[in-house]
Design a binder for this molecule. Structure first.
Ligand SMILES: NC(=O)C1=CN([C@@H]2O[C@H](COP(=O)(O)OP(=O)(O)OC[C@H]3O[C@@H](n4cnc5c(N)ncnc54)[C@H](O)[C@@H]3O)[C@@H](O)[C@H]2O)C=CC1
Ligand SMILES: O=C(O)C(=O)COP(=O)(O)O
Length: 528
């Protein structure tokens, strides 16, 4: 029975989708050790930001196939550990964009008009009309750090409020910024010029503590900072000092370096110029339904053997591309599996050469599929599209990608894998024929045309009379039935290759006898 664990609050719509294909357990707020102890037989885990999916949690789940993050940021998931284990990580890149953007705008408006403080004061019986004099956003400058989905929506609404918008985002083009009517500037300039600064960046090694003393000191004393992106991006000690010393006018935070916010946080000792909310950016009914449905559908699909649409740890492989390349991905896996067995020994290098029309396709998926095939002899089911690249890297296998558009051997192009191992070098080429029929079209540059089959025998031999007969007789003596046989040669009486499809595996002892036939230089068995 397929089992899914939901360890953070997830909208019922998502639970209902999961329940179509699995038994669903909802266990909210488990401490890490209890979560580790609970993972043994779960096939999928669904979380938000509350669960820390550590390597220990992942390693305690031998059945785990997918981790679904019902939201954007996956910094609470050890993605490297998941990838190493071949566990897919998916998220919902757009499900809570509007919610988070509107929360940032709400925080900016509340901050500039002192709404929480004025509310508390009025509820306490006071009538402080002078104390809570605010500022208008109209004609003020907003600095957006991170002009992605949320940042861009915040910019659009701010412009509707009459604000001028600057942005800093090293990965956004000037064309994109111009289209958004936003001026791209350096980070320091943004902090100097903006009246309001809003952060919409992920927490990465590069963004950790990005906003500290240095940038805070560049802010105008009338400027305000909003962070509804990720804690840890802002140095909270430095911010508390700036607020306490009134070197900036205020700050509104929804996220913190560690959550829940510690009782002893310096932010808790501030009053009039700070607003704190408990990571509410995505907490709207609409967003929670969106992300729950989005991620539950992906978990369901993956458990049914279908591709996921928002995989975090399979770069460049969208479902559409997977469908378009399906036959060539299968060819790559077969060639990888075959060439690793031909090469034998310790694989040192794999060259993946995309030829003809195939060279126009993105290389990543075909390289990943080739590596999956190459390593499947050693790793079996443990290798997949998620971890093939990481496993190859961890084994020190050098991977070369070559695109050869000039080659015009087959319609649809062809794929050539060259594997260098401690035992030598072998090259296999293949193509996809009509009806998605896979064919191996050359072995070590000798032309053949055979479909990959479960049990194959490859020989390298001298092209001379009688050798085929002797091989056939030997196999017959050992009751090995030949399903097909092809010989490939470049010149008469030179070297040649033979590829046989046989009904049964060829034992090692028989392989030794085959290799001892006069004229046969090499013989390799390949089992798919
Ligand atoms: N408070 C909350 O509940 C929520 C918080 N978030 C946070 O907001 C972040 C942004 O979300 P989206 O806009 O959907 O992501 P996104 O990926 O669409 O945009 C992030 C942008 O940040 C930019 N960026 C990355 N590193 C940068 C750097 N060093 N300096 C400047 N820009 C940089 C990227 O180029 C990208 O354009 C998420 O990573 C998540 O951490 C998202 C949703 C809800
Ligand atoms: O989507 C994100 O990145 C968020 O931070 C939302 O967090 P949550 O799912 O509300 O715990």
């Amino acid at each position: 029975m397929t089992k899914v664990l939901v360890s953070d609050p997830i909208d019922q719509a998502g639970i209902d989708i999961l329940s179509q294909v699995a038994h669903v357990d909802v266990c909210i707020g488990l401490p890490e050790q209890e979560l580790v102890g609970a993972m043994a037989d779960y096939d999928a885990l669904m979380v938000r930001s509350g669960t820390q999916v550590t390597a220990a949690v992942i390693d305690a789940a031998p059945q785990l196939k997918i981790i679904g993050r019902a939201g954007v940021g996956v910094d609470n998931v050890d993605v490297t550990a998941a990838t190493r284990r071949g566990v897919l990580v998916v998220n919902s890149p757009e499900g809570n964009t509007i919610a988070a953007a509107e929360h940032a705008l709400a925080m900016m408006l509340a901050l500039t008009r002192n709404i929480p403080q004025a509310h508390t004061s009025t509820m306490a019986g006071r009538w402080d009309r002078k104390r809570y004099l605010g500022n208008e956003l109209y004609k003020k400058t907003l600095g957006v750090v991170g002009l992605g989905k949320i940042g861009a929506h915040v910019a659009k609404i701010a412009q509707a409020l009459g604000m001028v918008v600057l942005a800093h985002d090293p990965f956004i083009s000037n064309e994109r910024a111009q289209k958004l009517q936003v001026r791209l500037v350096e980070l320091a300039a943004l902090f100097e010029e903006a009246d309001y600064i809003t952060l919409h960046i992920p927490r990465t090694n590069e963004t950790a503590n990005l906003v500290g003393d240095r940038l805070l000191k560049r802010m105008k004393p009338t400027a305000r900072l909003i962070n509804c992106a990720r804690g840890g991006v802002v140095n909270e000690e430095a911010l508390a000092d700036a607020l306490r010393n009134h070197t900036i006018a205020g700050a509104a935070l929804d996220v913190y370096s560690s959550e829940p916010l510690a009782d002893g946080s310096p932010l808790r000792s501030l009053r009039d110029n700070v607003i704190l909310t408990p990571h509410l950016g995505a907490s709207t009914a609409e967003a929670q339904a969106n992300v729950a449905i989005d991620v539950a559908e992906q978990i369901r699909d993956v458990l049914l053997g279908l591709p996921a649409r928002s995989a975090v740890n399979i770069p460049g492989l969208s479902p559409d591309l997977m469908e378009e390349l399906r036959a060539h991905l299968s060819l790559a896996e077969h060639l990888g599996h075959c060439v690793s067995q031909l090469a034998g020994g310790n694989v040192q290098e794999l060259e993946v050469r995309m030829q003809g029309e195939l060279a126009a396709q993105p290389s990543q998926p075909l390289v990943t599929a080739s590596l999956k095939g190459l390593l499947s002899s050693a790793l079996g089911e443990r290798i997949n599209y998620v971890n093939a690249g990481l496993e190859a890297k961890s084994r020190g296998i050098k991977v070369l990608e070559v695109k050869d558009e000039a080659s015009r051997d087959y319609s649809g192009g062809s794929l050539q894998l060259t594997c260098r191992s401690s035992s030598g070098l072998h090259t296999l080429t293949g193509a996809v024929f009509s009806g998605d029929e896979l064919r191996i079209t050359s072995v070590d540059s000798f032309p053949i045309s055979v479909p990959p089959s479960n049990h194959m025998l490859f020989t390298r031999h001298r092209d001379m009379p009688g050798i085929i007969g002797r091989l056939g007789s030997l196999l017959g003596q050992h009751n090995v039935n030949i399903a097909s046989m092809q010989v490939g040669r470049r010149i008469m009486r030179g070297d040649a290759v033979m590829v046989l499809s046989v009904d049964d595996p060829i034992p090692e002892s028989l392989l030794e006898d085959i290799t001892s036939i006069d004229g046969i230089r090499e013989a390799h068995t390949v089992s798919l």
